[in-house]
Design a protein around this ligand. Structure first.
Ligand SMILES: [Fe+2]
Ligand SMILES: [Fe+2]
Length: 350
C-alpha cells in the first residue's frame, strides 16, 4: 500500500498504546461522505467505497510483538485440547492462497489491492495462530501442501461464503467465551482484532458479490447463480460431518470442521439453548457491523437463515405449549380437590 498506516516500530509504550487504540477504533468505523445515490450496486462509487473501506480500516498490529499471557494449568489444558487448531491454521493458509490467486486475476487496481490485502491478512491470522500454538506448546499436524486453485473465482467464493458462515457463529461464540471467562481477558484482547478483521472480510465479500452481480453481462448471471448454489451445497456437505486429518504423530485424528456451529459447549460451562445462542450470534453480528457505512451491503444469508430458524423454533415452542395446556385441560382431574375447576390437574397448567 502506498500510504501504509504507521507501524509500532521504535515507539515508546504510551505512543504504542495510543496508536493501538486509534487503529482499533479506525478498524471498526468507516463512513463515506459520498452522496446517497452513489452507492448503487455496480457503480464506480460503490467499488471505490468498498475498496476504500477495506484500506482505511486496516489494523497494523504485528503478530511478532504480541505478548502471549501465561495461563494457569487448567486454562492451558482447556485451550490446548480444543479440536480446532490444525483446521484453523490450515483454513487461514488456504484462504491466503485463494484470495491472492483471485486478486491476481482482477484488472481493477483498487479491487485487486483490496482482495490482495485480504489475502495478506489471512496470512497474518495464520501467523498469529502459529505463534500462539508454539507459545502454548500445542502440537500441530504437518500442514498439507496448499495447492494453487485452477478456478480462482470458485475458490474465492468458497472461501468467502465459508467465512460468512464461520464468522457469524464465531462472533457469538467469542462473546460467550468472553462472558464465561473461558478465554482469559488478555487472550480475548489478543484475538479481538482478528475477529473484527473477519467482519471486514465478509463485508468486503458481500460488496464484491453485489458489485460483481451488477456488473457482469446478463448472459453470465444464470451461470454465476448456479455456481453460488453449488458453493452452498458444497459447504453444507463439508460441514455435515467431521473432517479427518493426520496428527503430529502421523495418526488419524478427528478435527472439528464445524466447531463454529456446535462449539458452544466447549467455550462455556453454562448451558445455553440453541435458540439463545442464535440470538447472541445475531446481536453480535449487528454490533460488529454497526460501525460501517450502512450503504455498504452486509452478508445476509446466515442472519436471515438463523432468524427464520428462530422464528420456526419459537412457533414450534408456542404450539407445543398450547398443546400441553389443551391436554392438561382434557385430562381427568385425578388429583383434583373438591371445588377445583373441572378438568384441571393441579400444577399442570403453566
Ligand atoms: Fe482469517
Ligand atoms: Fe478472513
Amino acid at each position: 500500500m502506498d500510504d501504509a498506516p504507521p507501524t509500532l516500530d521504535g515507539k515508546d509504550e504510551a505512543t504504542k498504546a495510543r496508536l493501538i487504540s486509534e487503529a482499533d477504533r479506525k478498524a471498526r468505523h468507516w463512513y463515506s461522505d459520498a452522496p446517497e445515490d452513489e452507492f448503487k450496486a455496480g457503480s464506480d462509487a460503490h467499488r471505490r467505497a468498498m475498496c476504500r473501506m477495506f484500506h482505511d480500516t486496516f489494523n497494523p498490529y504485528k503478530p511478532a510483538v504480541i505478548d502471549w499471557p501465561v495461563l494457569d494449568a487448567e486454562t492451558l489444558e482447556r485451550i490446548t485440547s480444543l479440536p480446532i487448531w490444525d483446521i484453523a491454521v490450515q483454513t487461514e493458509g488456504k484462504a491466503r492462497l485463494r484470495m491472492a490467486a483471485y486478486a491476481a486475476t482482477i484488472r481493477d487496481p483498487e479491487l485487486r489491492e483490496a482482495i490482495g490485502l485480504n489475502g495478506w491478512e489471512e496470512n497474518r491470522h495464520k501467523e498469529v495462530l502459529s505463534r500462539m500454538v508454539e507459545f502454548y506448546g500445542i502440537k500441530l499436524a504437518p500442514e498439507p501442501e496448499y495447492k494453487q486453485p485452477r478456478d480462482t473465482e470458485w475458490a474465492y467464493m468458497v472461501t468467502g461464503y465459508s467465512e460468512c458462515i464461520d464468522s457469524f457463529f464465531a462472533f457469538g461464540l467469542f462473546e460467550m467465551a468472553r462472558r464465561s471467562g473461558f478465554f482469559p481477558g488478555p487472550l480475548i484482547d489478543t484475538f479481538e482484532p482478528v475477529i473484527q478483521e473477519e467482519c471486514r472480510h465478509i463485508l468486503l465479500f458481500a460488496n464484491w458479490l453485489a458489485w460483481n452481480r451488477a456488473t457482469m453481462p446478463a448472459w453470465r448471471r444464470p451461470w454465476f447463480e448456479l455456481r453460488v448454489a453449488a458453493v452452498w451445497a458444497f459447504l453444507g456437505y463439508e460441514r455435515i460431518g467431521l473432517a479427518r486429518s493426520v496428527d503430529a504423530d502421523g495418526k488419524e485424528q478427528v478435527q472439528d470442521n464445524n466447531f463454529t456451529v456446535n462449539g458452544a459447549r466447549s467455550v462455556s460451562a453454562e448451558e445455553i439453548s440453541v435458540y439463545d445462542l442464535m440470538g447472541l450470534c445475531l446481536e453480535e453480528n449487528d454490533r460488529r457491523f454497526a460501525g460501517y457505512d450502512r450503504r455498504l451491503r452486509r452478508p445476509t444469508t446466515m442472519p436471515n437463515l438463523v432468524r427464520a430458524a428462530r422464528w420456526v423454533m419459537g412457533k414450534t415452542r408456542d404450539i407445543a405449549k398450547a398443546r400441553d395446556i389443551r391436554r392438561a385441560r382434557r385430562r381427568p382431574a385425578r388429583n383434583a380437590l373438591p371445588g377445583d375447576a373441572p378438568g384441571l390437574v393441579q400444577g399442570a397448567v403453566y
